[in-house]
Structure formats: structure tokens, C-alpha cells
Design a protein around this ligand. Structure first.
Ligand SMILES: Nc1nc2c(c(=O)[nH]1)N[C@H]1C(S)=C(S)[C@@H](COP(=O)(O)OP(=O)(O)OC[C@H]3O[C@@H](n4cnc5c(=O)[nH]c(N)nc54)[C@H](O)[C@@H]3O)O[C@H]1N2
Ligand SMILES: Nc1nc2c(c(=O)[nH]1)N[C@H]1C(S)=C(S)[C@@H](COP(=O)(O)OP(=O)(O)OC[C@H]3O[C@@H](n4cnc5c(=O)[nH]c(N)nc54)[C@H](O)[C@@H]3O)O[C@H]1N2
Ligand SMILES: [Mo]
Length: 790
């Protein structure tokens, strides 16, 4: 086995940045990448980094990019191609056995391809023949609802708008989005409570905040530019607390690339003052403790509550009823510690709550978001400087895609606007989201699957079942930049349509085009690629949608699809008419270098909710929901109803039960695996199971041991009683030490996704419970694979 030294330097910093990037790609590609990096997130004529959705810093003169942004850019700008020669060398069956890392490094998709079953290979096809095949298959469907149109959050606003318009003109709202697996609880619950399901803060609020509570987020890896903002806030006297079952090392040793002294002298900052090591799934319990103490000690903002909110009394009543025993058991945090944090909240004149996937990806994901919002509302922390809700989105334009109408449950106002502007009826029925769409695929109800980017089967739970289901469709269409596992399970027809990346120039008959994105704080920003495309056979996503629409909708379409794809100003003029907040889009996007901020009513204490006020919500699940599965005890449901019959007791009480959470490493962007080094977690492999060393010794196990991880049938399947789930096992995984809460283990996404099922999700947002799943562990002999319980 190759030995890779353990990384011991502080986080981030140029040396780390350059060495990791150079290892990633060949030197030529790195140069090409670094030229493009220089334009990334810069005012005028640059492209928005295709990595995360953290906003650009307005004041930066120097380049605003991070190590992981460079990896994403290098991945897109690599000159290696997965072209016809590549596919001539490898059958699809062979490629099915490749790892995510190998597929990622096979290079850029560079020409349209169709699957040829006789050879079991992808072979070149002309764009025209591909479009004809799509039209033929879509026109044959009994109903447009037999097709599913997925989107991943890299797609910029202009093609996203065209895509949803095409799908709706075709006749369905089947528009699942990667949001369904990401910040959907935020969009649904924050939307219900505040009127808008988006961040209420802007970047400048971080400069005035006095307390930042960061829930379930690992920004050192996933939003590295956020660290700089946190370090700055802290230097201004802000207190920062991370609430996370893992003590993430990247937060405690941050080298700031924007600080010359740091880079030269090797200094580093600790960007968090404290880590609250919560139990997996314990956030609602912790927030309940905070809110209970604040109410019972009259530390809340009664004026704000009286003037601006609705639903206070039922929440108050519920909070008073919650016992500290349950709060402690549910959160895994002692009452005294919770009271300490509550006092900080009480004293802070400006509090921001930020959150990531550690909050959303649970059965109680909706409850978690509701409790964060409740806390902010109790303290009057919405609509004042330095305070508010800061959900930190994932993909660089995941928020914008939703704003543009990629939504399986569209607002009536959107449908009305589209009908008015395009003078045609729009489908009114809700469509499938990721979970219900996958179930429909597996049930054989769908005949066409199209993906505008992403890696649907691998990102979703039940990966193998979805891959098998894809082989039963009439047609799968993948618009993408890189080969991935979802593309390797062909239906009767299977097309790969390669598109331009965001770093590349989009030149049309009308000249060079720029597009726009919406960052995590509602800023609409222009983005313009500057590189020569890796292949002259690529098309822009806008062009691909226009061509498909022209072929599929043909005569009946009066919409100028081709004019839109040639001149993005034409698309923007339609967006200005159809999407609220985009009036005079073309003028406003050109008026300033960094675009414009979308009006956010809740920021101004205008509440576009059902009650016309900001809305408190009582959680739907008991605060001991996860804890109860661990301790194998009956739940104390509030109303004594559904949760009780659906949670089966552990069949083997002698076997310890764990909560498994899935996380990203420092060397991946979602399912795109760049390398094997998770620098801050000090491992150089991905087949690992993280566990606290004390827990290992309690079991008599050691780091390096091999363990099998099994998910028991439906232990926490809260939603679908008719689930006929089989036990699922993953492994062997290598035990690896981690400062993580007791009873908690962690593994890497997406390799562990077959452990998760489509039935276990939050009730309203339907987000899969990727962050809390009940498992049992069995040690096995590394050589024989036989059980080794000693
Ligand atoms: N380099 C890089 N950047 C990325 C991505 C990437 O893959 N690579 N992905 C992008 C995308 S799409 C997204 S959505 C974001 C994701 O960004 P994050 O939300 O930071 O992502 P994760 O790594 O999934 O998990 C976040 C944290 O949740 C914690 N956690 C797990 N369970 C719980 C819990 O029950 N409670 C609490 N409080 N915490 C818990 C984990 O320990 C982990 O630290 O990043 C985006 N940026
Ligand atoms: N267990 C577990 N599962 C999870 C998560 C988790 O934390 N744990 N996180 C969930 C989250 S937050 C998310 S967002 C999803 C991510 O789910 P997806 O968004 O579906 O997955 P990605 O890996 O981001 O998609 C990568 C693919 O996008 C394509 N691509 C890249 N750039 C472009 C482009 O510019 N245009 C087009 N058309 N295609 C492009 C490439 O072909 C690449 O292979 O996964 C979810 N799944
Ligand atoms: Mo995400």
C-alpha cells in the first residue's frame, strides 16, 4: 500500500492550494486552470466560480477564490477528453465498475454520444440525429407526465429559465432539482415562516454580527471563502459557535489567503470560539432548550413578537411542556451547557444563524429549520443589521435555478405569469420531486428521464435501484460536462449531450454571451467564460434546450427559442416579464459590476406569509426522535399517534445501535471525486468509517479494523408505512479515529448512498435523511470477511 504522509499544516493557504491542485491535474491543465482562476469571481468579464454558492466579497481587489474552487475549475478545464476513442476502448459494462474518481478523471465529454447495445458502447451521433430521437420518444408518450426532467445547480439562470419553460410547454411540472436533496427544508419552511425561503442576511451583516451560531456546516471544505468572513467577524468581537457532532479541524486552523502575514509567516486563526458537540439529529432538542430558557427567563423581544409574529402562544406552551431530561437526551448536551449558550443569545444585540446539510438532511430537517427561525424570531433577529437567517447553499446556482422556475411544486403566481407572457396554458398539477420521481422510475411509471447536469442516481438514496430502473426506460438524456455513474445504465435509447462549462466562451451568431447566477444571499451576478471550449462540438445549455424545444414542440411553438439561445438578452427580457423581482433585468445587470440584490421582503419586515406575519411553528416530531432509536425505547410522541407505530424497536437489544451521518471530503465536489485526501480529517482513503477513539476502546476495537455497516429494515422510516425494505449492508469500511459525538459514526457521500432509502425523509420537504440513519456495526476479519466480534 502506498503511504501518504498525514497533513499537519494549518488549513487553506497557498502552499496547500498549489500542491493539491498540481497533484490533481496535469501541468498543462493546471496552467489553463490558473489562467481561468484569475478571472473567477472578479468584477467585469469574469466567470462566477462553478463551485459553491457563497457570495463574492465586494471589496476584494485581489482574486477571490479558494483551494476547492480551483479544484472545481481544474476539473472543468482539464484537457483530457472522454471522446469517441475513449468510448471505443471501454464498454459500458466495464465503465460500470469504475470508481467515481476514475470516471471524473476520464476527462471532459466532448461530442454527442448514443448507446449502442450491440457493442455495449457509447458511439458518436450527430446533434441532429440525437434531437430527432428525443422528439420521436417524447412525442410517443401517452402523457407528458411520463417524462422526468432533473436539474443540478450548476446551470445558470438563462438556460434554466428556458429549460423549465420548455418542460412546461411540453406539458408537465416534473422538474425535480438537486435542491430536493439539499436545502429543500430551508426553502419550504423558511418560505412558510418568513414568506421567502432564502437567506435574510447579506454579506455586510457578517461584519456587524455579535454572535454567529453555525449549525451543521463544514465551511473549511465546502465554503472556504466563508472562513475569511468568519475570521473577520471574530476579529471585530463576534463570538462564533459551531454546533456539530464533529470537531471539524478546518475551523480551528485557518490560514487566510487574503492576509499577507498569514501566508508569509505561517500564522493561522481559530475561526470558532467553541464547538458544541451535539448528537446526530439533536439540533431541534438543543434549539428547544435555548428557546425554552429564553422564554422562561423573559429574555425575548416581546415588542417584535407582538408586532410582527403569529403563532407565539402555541409555541410557548409547547416549549414549557418540554422537559430538560428530554432536551438533554435528545441533544446529548447538558442543561448547564445549553443555558450558557442561551445566555450568549440573550446578550447578543445581533445574531446570525447559519446552517448547512447537518440541519436539513434529516427526517426532522423541516423541524430543525423551523426551530432556527423560531429562535431568530423570538429574539427579533430578522430585519436588523448584523442579524438574520443564513442558510448556506451548495451548488453555485442552485438558488437561481429555483428562482427561474425549476420547481416541481410551482407557485400559482409563476404559472400565471408564464401563461400571461407566453400566451399558452401551463400544467397545473404538481410534478415529481427527486424522491417521488425516483420511486416512479423504480415502479416503471416513467418512460423518459432527462438530466440537465448532475448525477441523479448516485446523489439520491437507493442508488442501485435507480440505476436498474434507468435501464427500463425508453430514453435517458444526459446534458453534462463529465462522465458519471448515472449515465452508465442505459435504457432502450440513451444519449449524452456534452455542454460548455461555465469557464468557457459562449459565442453565437449574435456574438459573445454572458449569463447570470444568484448566490446564496440573493445577489444576481453576471458570469462570462473566457476559455476556448475543450471541443468544438460542445453546445451551450441554452442552445441544447432551444434545439430540443424546436424539434419537440415544432409547429405549435410560437416562442422564439433560437433567438433566445443566440442572444441571452432576449431570454433576460422574458425573465424580466415572467419572474418577480427581475424588472429591467438587462439594464440592472449592466448597471453595476457585481449585479444587483433581489428584493427580500422579510429583510424589511414585510411578511408575505399566509397570516401576513412572521410565523412561529411547533416541531412535528418529538425532540427525542433520534435519541429514542438509539436507546431502543418507546417514543413519547406529543399526540401519541403516528411515530409510535412506525418506529420498530431494535430486534437485537444486545447489539449497539449507532447513528450514521454522511459527509463530504476535502477532495470532492459532491459526486465528482477529485482525490482521496481529506486533509483536515487526516485520511487518504474513502472507504472509512469515522468513530471516536473512546468508543473504539469501549468495544475493544482499534483504528484500522474492518467493519460492516448495516442499516436495519425501516428502523426510522417515518413516512411510508408500506415500505418493504430489505436490510442494507456496506463494507468493509476501515475504522478511523475522529473527534465525533458518542453513538455517532460518519462515512463519505456518495459511496454510502445505498444505505439510505427513498422512504425515510422529512414530511413536508421530502429531503432524504442522509445525515441520520440508524445502523449496527460488525467487525470482520480483513482477510476472510468473516465476523470477528471479539
Ligand atoms: N469543496 C466542496 N464544496 C462544496 C461541495 C463539495 O462537495 N465540495 N458541495 C456543495 C454542496 S451541493 C453543498 S449542499 C454544500 C454542503 O456543505 P455542508 O453543509 O458543509 O456539507 P456536509 O459535508 O454534507 O456536512 C456538513 C456538516 O454537518 C455535520 N453534521 C452531520 N450531522 C449533523 C447533525 O445532526 N447536526 C449538526 N448540527 N451537524 C451535523 C457534519 O459533521 C458536517 O460537518 O457544500 C457545497 N460546496
Ligand atoms: N449521502 C448523501 N447524499 C447526498 C448528499 C449528502 O450530503 N449525503 N448531498 C446532497 C446534495 S446537498 C446535493 S446538492 C446532491 C448533488 O447532486 P447532483 O447535483 O446531481 O450531483 P453533482 O455531483 O453535483 O453532479 C455532477 C455532474 O454534473 C455535471 N456537470 C458539471 N458541471 C456542469 C455544467 O456546467 N452543466 C451541466 N449541464 N452539467 C454539469 C457533470 O456531468 C457531473 O458529473 O447530492 C445529494 N446527495
Ligand atoms: Mo447541495
Amino acid at each position: 500500500m502506498r503511504k501518504i504522509p498525514v497533513y499537519s499544516h494549518p488549513a487553506a493557504g497557498w502552499p496547500a492550494l498549489i500542491s493539491s491542485t498540481r497533484k490533481l491535474m496535469d501541468y498543462k491543465a493546471f496552467l489553463r486552470g490558473s489562467v481561468s482562476v484569475l478571472k473567477s469571481n472578479q468584477p467585469k468579464g469574469g466567470f462566477d466560480c462553478p463551485g459553491c454558492a457563497w457570495p463574492d466579497h465586494k471589496s476584494h481587489k485581489s482574486i477571490d477564490v479558494c483551494e476547492n474552487g480551483i479544484k472545481v475549475i481544474a476539473s472543468e478545464t482539464m484537457t483530457t477528453k472522454a471522446d469517441a476513442q475513449f468510448f471505443a476502448r471501454h464498454t459500458v459494462s466495464e465503465l460500470q465498475g469504475w470508481s467515481g474518481y476514475e470516471l471524473e478523471h476520464s476527462g471532459r465529454l466532448s461530442e454527442p454520444l448514443a448507446y449502442d447495445a450491440t457493442q455495449d458502447r457509447y458511439v458518436p451521433i450527430s446533434w441532429e440525429a440525437a434531437y430527432r430521437r428525443i422528439a420521436e420518444q417524447l412525442q410517443q408518450l401517452d402523457t407528458p407526465d411520463e417524462a422526468l426532467f432533473y436539474t443540478s445547480g450548476r446551470v445558470t439562470n438563462e438556460p434554466a429559465f428556458m429549460y423549465q419553460l420548455f418542460v412546461r410547454c411540453f406539458g408537465t411540472n416534473n422538474l425535480p432539482d438537486c435542491s430536493n436533496m439539499c436545502h429543500e427544508p430551508t426553502s419550504v419552511v423558511l418560505g412558510r415562516q418568513l414568506g421567502v425561503g432564502k437567506a435574510t442576511v447579506m454579506l455586510e451583516d457578517f461584519e456587524q454580527a455579535k454572535l454567529i451560531l453555525m449549525f451543521g456546516q463544514n465551511p473549511a471544505t465546502n465554503h472556504p471563502r466563508m472562513l475569511e468572513m468568519l475570521a473577520h467577524a471574530q476579529s471585530q468581537g463576534c463570538r462564533i459557535i459551531s454546533i456539530n457532532p464533529m470537531r471539524e479541524q478546518g475551523l480551528t486552523a485557518f490560514r487566510n489567503p487574503q492576509k499577507p502575514t498569514h501566508m508569509a509567516a505561517g500564522q493561522s486563526d481559530n475561526v470558532v470560539n467553541e464547538v458544541i458537540q451535539i448528537q446526530i439529529g439533536g439540533d431541534t432538542a438543543l434549539l428547544t432548550g435555548l428557546a425554552k430558557w429564553l422564554i422562561e427567563n423573559d429574555k425575548i423581544d416581546n415588542d417584535f413578537i407582538a408586532t410582527h409574529t403569529s403563532g407565539f402562544e402555541p409555541l410557548k406552551q409547547w416549549l414549557i411542556e418540554q422537559s430538560w431530561t428530554d432536551i438533554e437526551q435528545g441533544s446529548g448536551i447538558a442543561q448547564a451547557d445549553i443555558v450558557e449558550i442561551a445566555k450568549l443569545v440573550a446578550e447578543s444585540p445581533a445574531t446570525i444563524c447559519t446552517w448547512g446539510m447537518g440541519i436539513t438532511q434529516h427526517v426532522q430537517g423541516d423541524d430543525n429549520v423551523a426551530m432556527i427561525t423560531n429562535l431568530l424570531l423570538l429574539m427579533g433577529m430578522i430585519g436588523i443589521d448584523g442579524a438574520g437567517a443564513s442558510p448556506v447553499r451548495g451548488h453555485s446556482n442552485v438558488q437561481g435555478d429555483r428562482t427561474m422556475g425549476i420547481h416541481e411544486r410551482p407557485a400559482q403566481s409563476l404559472l400565471d405569469n408564464l401563461e400571461r407572457v407566453f400566451e399558452r396554458p401551463m400544467p397545473q398539477e404538481d410534478g415529481f420531486d427527486v424522491v417521488s420521481g425516483a420511486k416512479a422510475l423504480i415502479a416503471g411509471k416513467l418512460k423518459v428521464f432527462m438530466a440537465m447536469g448532475g448525477n441523479y442516481a448516485v446523489a439520491a438514496p437507493d442508488t442501485s435501484a435507480i440505476q436498474q430502473a434507468l435501464t427500463t426506460t425508453q430514453l435517458n438524456i444526459f446534458v453534462g460536462t463529465k462522465l458519471n455513474e448515472t449515465m452508465l445504465y442505459p435504457g432502450a435509447n440513451n444519449l449524452i449531450l456534452p455542454c460548455l462549462g461555465r469557464t468557457e466562451r459562449t459565442v453565437t451568431a449574435k456574438g459573445e454571451q454572458f449569463a447570470t447566477i444568484e448566490d446564496s444571499m440573493c445577489q444576481i451576478v453576471p458570469t462570462q467564460g473566457s476559455l476556448k471550449p475543450v471541443s468544438d462540438r460542445l453546445k451551450s445549455e441554452a442552445q441544447i434546450v432551444a434545439d430540443i424545444a424546436t424539434h419537440v414542440l415544432a409547429a405549435e411553438s410560437s416562442i422564439p427559442w433560437q433567438a433566445m439561445s443566440e442572444d441571452f438578452d432576449v431570454i433576460r427580457d422574458y425573465i424580466a416579464q415572467a419572474i418577480d423581482g427581475f424588472e429591467d433585468f438587462n439594464e440592472r445587470i449592466r448597471a453595476t459590476e457585481r449585479g444587483f440584490h433581489l428584493y427580500h421582503p422579510a429583510r424589511h419586515r414585510v411578511w408575505n406569509t399566509d397570516s401576513g406575519k412572521a410565523q412561529f411553528e411547533v416541531p412535528q416530531y418529538p425532540i427525542t426522535y433520534v435519541a429514542a432509536q438509539m436507546a431502543n425505547m418507546t417514543l413519547n410522541t406529543r399526540d401519541g399517534t403516528k411515530q409510535n407505530d412506525q418506529i420498530k424497536s431494535d430486534p437485537n437489544p444486545h447489539q449497539k445501535v449507532w447513528q450514521l451521518t454522511s459527509v463530504r471530503s476535502h477532495d470532492q465536489f459532491n459526486t465528482m471525486i477529485f482525490g482521496y485526501q481529506d486533509r483536515y480529517r487526516q485520511t487518504d482513503r474513502r472507504d472509512v468509517l469515522f468513530m471516536h477513539p473512546d468508543e473504539m476502546s469501549r468495544l475493544g476495537w482499534q483504528k484500522g479494523d474492518s467493519v460492516m455497516v448495516s442499516r436495519q429494515a425501516s428502523t426510522n422510516s417515518a413516512n411510508d408505512t408500506d415500505s418493504t425494505e430489505q436490510p442494507r449492508t456496506l463494507g468493509p469500511l476501515i475504522l478511523t479515529e475522529m473527534d465525533i459525538a458518542s453513538n455517532a459514526v460518519a462515512a463519505y457521500y456518495p459511496e454510502c448512498n445505498d444505505l439510505f432509502d427513498l422512504d425515510t425523509h422529512a414530511p413536508d420537504s421530502h429531503i432524504p435523511a442522509y445525515k441520520s440513519t440508524t445502523v449496527v456495526l460488525e467487525r470482520v476479519d480483513a482477510n476472510t470477511g468473516m465476523a470477528d466480534p471479539a
